[in-house]
Design a protein around this ligand. Structure first.
Ligand code: FPP
Ligand code: MG
Length: 347
């Protein structure tokens, strides 16, 4: 299938077409579901509930398509295990993140936290993380070390994400948080595919940069959507990053702009709920038409373009070493469609 960047179809359509190039996703989904097996009902039920809430499975897609673009047209079973393991880790982080954020809603439905309570949600996250390591332990030490490193970064990123009323954040700390809490698993997905494909080190480095830059762009876009989108699209209330005083890229850019209205982000939400609701509504209206969102978009686009350059460099280095098949070329174009889709969500 031709998926050229010159295609006139929308990024969403090109992303859907990209998914058709990775039919192994169905097998990855089966491995994920098999990992929910337990004779304790809640350990089966909570992961199943979270999985059924949906999601783009972007990390497994990245692992499979990167593998294909690097010549693994039929991904070996261990790459499918890796793709499944990374999604299991991601699911564990969502379960734990909802506890940290006290989120009542995820993807339009009651969050696992709201439905099953804190103890069962915490334990089901532990369960999934352990299952992921079970899959990972069968793999070679390079994959095990990279996975450990990504998980450490994830936890550190989440720990660094203190509220703006607790600690001063700068654009640099905000981007560090995005890199650690979100880009770590994107990078891991791309890295593992390159490692399994046994490509030269210079290609591995470019592929890692591709995954990391895409992950940071993805998080910046999430931060933008928190302001520009609505509940029907987001599947949760808009403006949560303002309510939670999060050091999101948008909130930090707003504070650094010197706008007096942003200053309130550095104080805890007041007891008076109606005053807070008014502040959030005013802030959203103000931010949606102001320059802060535009600046955040520019930053996301720059990161996405760096991701694209790294991807193209990696694939051209491969091209110069061995002749690239049509399937590998299509997978490379499908990865560009993933980049476009990540950015397009907020244009
Ligand atoms: C979503 O952030 C959260 C993350 C991307 C990372 C969360 C990481 C942890 C909770 C550490 C636990 C780590 C392991 C390995 C279990 P968000 O709140 O901005 O996004 P959301 O809207 O999806 O909640
Ligand atoms: Mg959250």
């Amino acid at each position: 299938m031709a998926l050229g960047p010159t295609d006139l179809s929308s990024a969403k359509e090109r992303f859907a077409a990209a998914l058709t190039l990775a039919p192994e996703l169905a097998e990855v989904e089966r491995i994920i579901t098999a990992a929910f097996s337990s004779d304790v009902r809640l350990m089966r039920e909570i992961p199943g509930y979270l999985l059924n809430l949906g999601g783009k499975r972007i990390r497994p897609v990245l692992a499979l398509l990167t593998g294909k673009a690097l010549g693994l047209i039929t991904p070996p079973p261990r790459l499918l295990d890796i793709a499944a393991g990374i999604e299991l880790i991601h699911m564990a982080t969502l379960l734990h993140d909802d506890i940290v954020d006290r989120s009542p809603i995820r993807r339009h439905k009651p969050s696992p936290l709201a439905k099953y309570g804190i103890n069962a949600t915490l334990l089901s996250g532990d369960f999934l993380l352990t299952r992921a390591f079970g899959l990972c332990a069968r793999l070679d030490s390079t994959i095990i070390n990279a996975t450990e490193q990504a998980c450490i970064e994830l936890v550190e990123g989440e720990a660094l994400e203190t509220s703006l009323h607790e600690e001063t954040h700068t654009l640099s700390t905000s981007l560090t948080i995005a890199k650690r809490k979100t880009a770590s698993l994107f990078r891991l997905s791309a890295f593992c595919a390159a490692h399994v494909a046994q490509v030269p080190q210079e290609v591995v480095s470019q592929v890692c940069s591709f995954g990391e830059e895409l992950g940071v762009a993805f998080q910046i876009i999430d931060d933008i959507l928190d302001v520009t989108s609505d509940e029907a699209t987001l599947g949760k209330r808009a403006g949560l990053d303002i309510i939670e005083r999060k050091p999101s890229v948008v909130n930090v850019l707003w504070l650094e702009s010197g706008d007096p209205q942003a200053k309130r982000l550095t104080t805890p939400p007041p007891e008076d709920q109606s005053a807070e609701n008014e502040y959030v509504a005013d802030s959203l209206a103000h931010l949606r038409v102001g320059p802060v969102i535009q600046k955040a978009r520019e930053m996301a686009v720059t990161r996405a373009e760096t991701a694209r350059e790294s991807l193209i460099t990696a694939l051209s280095k491969m091209d110069s070493q061995r002749s690239t098949s049509d399937e590998a070329r299509s997978a490379g174009q499908a990865l560009e469609a993933v980049i476009d889709f990540a950015i397009d969500r907020a244009l």
